[in-house]
Every structure is written in structure tokens, then in C-alpha cells.
Write a protein that binds this ligand. Structure first.
Ligand SMILES: Cc1cc2nc3c(=O)[nH]c(=O)nc-3n(C[C@H](O)[C@H](O)[C@H](O)COP(=O)(O)O)c2cc1C
Length: 341
């Protein structure tokens, strides 16, 4: 039973944002989120970005449908029109999401074409209007995920201006991807690697806004790195590492929430996943909807390479079954070994 839903009327505790998995287009779909949830009860899981227009006009079940076991789960919206964002936020809240997040960090051409995402770093007043409109429409937390600036902006003043605007609008938390985005000349992928990370800038923001929950994102990998960030601010958000090496999620509950992980290891997670895959197959879905998110499992274990090959060769087509996945798993040694697979 999700307790977070009941916490929504009052201000949510900052610990709600202590550990989260980042929104990632094409990656953090509902099947991926089920896999992640099976490894951490507490991680806050973000959807891929969905534009407000799509939520309002599109096939909602397909775009934003999710399984109850995914809670706590946040819907990330893209857009820059306060009225449309408010309408989409309301739809998301009615769907049962635990938080609505506004994307102010994505630099892709498609997003720039619509003048939202990271472009919004230049429009703090508009972002404030968007947050105010969403806050008026829903009673769940409304948050913003941003960069520290774009292009030639000064990260000190740019991030302060955005923060002041969204604070005034009642934002519940801020997630700072602690690097700039370059809107011209860099691909989205390069924009996650080339502009240097500046964690200190995020720490300074928290020091200046002690009562605003602030989470940090960008380049955070090993669980051993997480606690140091949490000494300076309220949350860590993990993107690529959580997707590419999902077993790190097994450490979130013990390390950050004082609780055992829901399962002991990836093998146990895969057993727990079977009913979800079976239900998906019953509805006419494919095993691949899940197995495409599993290639990062078992790093360094004997048999991991054979596991990945089996997934690629036998678990992609419409005819693939749970037995094909079980056969892939059977390649992997249950004993950890130093030798790389
Ligand atoms: C494949 C991919 C898709 C992404 N899609 C989104 C998105 O939809 N919305 C968003 O705010 N950020 C998106 N991001 C950025 C991540 O949320 C995160 O900010 C970034 O990867 C830095 O964190 P990391 O170093 O932990 O990966 C995406 C990143 C990747 C790798």
C-alpha cells in the first residue's frame, strides 16, 4: 500500500526526494519502472517526459498508464503553456501519480522547437507561471528539474532567478542537473557529458534555500557516492547508472532508508518479475518490453555475456516466452566471480 499518496495534502517531507531514478526518454517506461521498483521500495521513479499536449490529446493509457506497484512515481511533463500544463497535471494527478515534474533541462532540438525544456532556464517568470498554474490544479507535489544554466548564462544568477520564481509559485522541490546545457552545437547526449559538472553550485543553492527540498543529479554513480551528496542536500537522482547497472538499486533501501532491499539479488528480482511479464504477455505484449531493460544485469559475472546474447537472439520476437528469458538467466553463474564474463 502506498503511503505517499496520503501525504499529499500537507507539505511533503523532504525525504520523499532522498533517492530517485531520473526521467529518461525511451528508457524509464512503465516496464523499466517495474524492474526498478522490484529492487527498491523507496526510490522515487520518474516517467519519461510526456508533453502536456500529448497528455491532453493523446492515448492516455498508452502514454501515462502505470502499474500500482510503481508508487511512488512521478509524471514528468514537457511544455511552457501554464493552462495546458495545469490541465495535463490534473490528468496526471487523477491517474494517481504522486508528483508532477516540469522539465526545464532537456536540450533536444524537438524540445527547443517547442521552446520548452532547457530553454525555460531563460524564462524564470514563465516557469513560475507554469508552476503556479499546476499547483492550483493539483494537490500532489509539483517539482521542477532544471540545469544550472544554458549557454552563456551565469549559473549563479540563472539558477537563483529560476529558483526564486518557482519558490514564489509554491514549488515543492527542485532537482538540479548540475551542469549547463548548450542549446546550439551539442547533441542531447553530448549535453550530458561535455558541460562540466558543478556540484558545488547545487550545494550553494541548498545553503541559500534551506527550507526548499533540493535533489542533485548528474554523473552520480556508485552507491558510495550517494551519502556525501545527502550531507549537503536532500536527494540524489540517478540516471544512466541506474539504467545501465540496475543492481545498484538494491543498495538504496539499506543505505538510505535503513531497510532491507525487497529482494536479495538480481536473480530474485527476475523471479519476482515473472508475474508482470506473464500478465503483459496475456495482454498481447512481448517479453522484449522487459528484457530490453535487462541487458545491464550481472556485470562481471560468468555467463553475463551469454545472457545478453540470449536476450538479443531469443527474447526479441513476438514468439518469445518466459521460458526464453529463463534460459537466458540459466547462462549466468549464481556464484559471483572476479573474472569478467
Ligand atoms: C536516454 C536518456 C533520456 C533522457 N530523457 C530525459 C527526459 O525525458 N527528461 C529529463 O528531464 N531528462 C532526461 N534525461 C536526462 C536525465 O534525466 C539526467 O538528467 C541525465 O542523464 C544526467 O544524470 P545521470 O548522469 O545520472 O545520467 C535523459 C537522459 C538519457 C540518458
Amino acid at each position: 500500500m502506498n503511503t505517499h499518496i496520503q501525504m499529499t495534502a500537507a507539505r511533503v517531507e523532504a525525504s520523499f526526494w532522498r533517492f530517485s531514478v531520473a526521467p529518461m526518454m525511451d528508457w524509464t517506461d512503465r516496464h523499466c519502472r517495474v524492474i526498478h521498483r522490484l529492487m527498491s521500495r523507496h526510490a522515487l521513479l520518474y516517467t519519461e517526459m510526456v508533453t502536456a499536449q500529448a497528455v491532453i490529446r493523446g492515448d492516455r493509457q498508452r502514454l501515462i498508464g502505470f502499474d500500482a506497484m510503481e508508487h511512488p512515481v512521478a509524471l514528468q511533463l514537457g511544455g511552457n503553456d501554464p493552462a495546458l500544463l495545469a490541465e495535463a497535471a490534473k490528468i496526471g494527478a487523477d491517474f494517481g501519480y504522486d508528483e508532477i515534474n516540469l522539465n526545464c533541462g532537456c536540450p533536444s532540438d524537438r524540445v527547443q522547437g517547442g521552446a520548452f525544456g532547457a530553454c525555460l532556464m531563460r524564462e524564470p517568470a514563465l516557469v513560475g507561471d507554469c508552476v503556479a498554474a499546476m499547483k492550483a490544479a493539483v494537490s500532489i507535489p509539483v517539482t521542477v528539474k532544471c540545469r544550472i544554466g544554458v549557454d552563456d548564462q551565469d549559473p549563479e544568477s540563472a539558477l537563483d532567478a529560476l529558483t526564486a520564481a518557482v519558490r514564489a509559485a509554491g514549488v515543492d522541490a527542485l532537482i538540479v542537473h548540475a551542469r549547463k546545457a548548450w542549446l546550439q552545437g551539442l547533441s542531447p547526449k553530448e549535453n550530458r557529458e561535455i558541460p562540466p559538472l558543478d556540484y558545488e553550485r547545487a550545494y550553494r543553492l541548498k545553503a541559500a534555500n534551506p527550507d526548499l527540498p533540493i535533489a542533485i543529479n548528474g554523473g552520480i554513480k556508485a552507491p558510495s557516492e550517494w551519502p556525501a551528496h545527502l550531507e549537503k542536500l536532500d536527494g540524489v537522482m540517478i540516471g544512466r547508472e541506474a539504467y545501465q547497472n540496475p543492481e545498484i538499486l538494491l543498495q538504496a533501501d539499506p543505505l538510505l532508508f535503513g531497510q532491507e532491499a525487497p529482494v536479495t539479488d538480481a536473480f530474485a528480482m527476475l523471479e519476482a518479475l515473472e508475474p508482470y511479464i506473464a500478465a503483459h504477455l496475456e495482454r498481447g505484449g512481448r517479453v522484449h518490453a522487459f528484457t530490453r531493460h535487462l541487458v545491464g544485469l550481472f556485470p562481471g559475472r560468468p555467463g553475463a555475456r551469454a545472457f545478453r546474447r540470449h536476450l538479443a537472439e531469443r527474447c526479441v520476437g513476438a514468439e518469445a516466452t518466459l521460458d526464453d528469458l529463463r534460459a537466458a538467466i540459466a547462462h549466468v553463474s549464481r556464484h559471483e566471480a572476479a573474472a569478467a564474463a
